[in-house]
Design a protein. Structure first.
Length: 263
């Protein structure tokens, strides 16, 4: 199975989970040079796209990116029309090497994606993937929960035993902001210096990681914790996971967790 097949399988799952309705959500995936060379007969730039931010640190890297206005439900049956394989040509330009055969362009969130890649690569050299999706319970939670990162992190950690194990660094949270613009891109990338997942209030979730399984699993775990929260937040709680329980988990799993949440 090549990187296209692996990616469209995840995109299909995201759609079937109802986390990427219509043309909502997007993905960008760093593809290794050897994978590109085995996939393309020749490297030829079909068309270029220009952005007004500095991409110097990722020049030469290859990215598989979902197209603007494309539906995740269509990616599996027609990947060449819904995805694009790009190369960062210089600090302001990306070149399409394959895909988007109908003349379309990369997602409008491309600057946010690439900015997040730049920041995450500074933190983790094995980082490769950014997925933006619209999980229902995360969006619900952003309507009723204070927008404080420590509070969000603590509540999600306490919903289920797995949470602190899967995202010990916690979760970033942004207030509602206009999507597709430079402001939200800069704000999200800034959060990515600390977090692998950032909530866009009343909109969705930006998640990052090393591979498709890791990031999909991160989304699943955060959304499940949010679902539990939405089902019980207004109920009388008789027992729950305590701060001491969370510390016990952190010790058992040798976790470096976000300080200031349960300390």
């Amino acid at each position: 199975m090549n990187f296209i097949e692996e990616t469209v399988d995840i995109l299909d799952l995201l759609y079937k989970h109802n986390w990427d309705e219509r043309n909502g959500g997007n993905l960008s995936y760093i593809i290794k040079e050897e994978e590109v060379k085995s996939f393309l007969k020749e490297e030829k730039v079909i068309r270029t796209y220009h952005y007004d931010f500095d991409m110097s640190s990722i020049v030469g890297k290859y990215f598989l990116i979902t197209g603007t206005g494309k539906y995740f439900k269509n990616c599996k049956k027609d990947p060449e029309n819904n995805l694009g394989l790009f190369k960062i040509l210089d600090k302001n330009t990306i070149g399409l090497l394959w895909g988007l055969k109908d003349g379309g362009g990369p997602t409008s969130e491309t600057p946010t994606h690439l900015s997040c890649h730049i920041e995450r690569l500074k933190v983790d050299k094995e980082h490769r993937l950014v997925i933006h999706c619209h999980p229902t319970n995360i969006i619900c939670m952003s309507h009723i929960h204070e927008l404080d990162e420590n509070s969000w992190t603590k509540d999600l950690w306490k919903m289920q035993t797995e949470s602190i194990v899967v995202f010990p660094e916690g979760i970033g949270v942004l207030p509602w902001m206009l999507c597709g613009g430079t402001e939200i891109g800069k704000a999200t990338a800034d959060k990515m210096k600390e977090y692998r997942a950032v909530v866009w209030s009343q909109h969705g979730l930006f998640t990052t990681g090393k591979n498709l399984d890791e990031v999909f699993g991160l989304i699943e775990t955060i959304e499940k914790a949010a679902e539990i929260y939405m089902k019980i937040f207004d109920k009388k709680i008789y027992q729950s996971i305590s701060d001491e329980n969370l510390k016990e988990l952190a010790k058992a799993f040798k976790l470096t967790y976000k300080k200031g949440v349960i300390d």
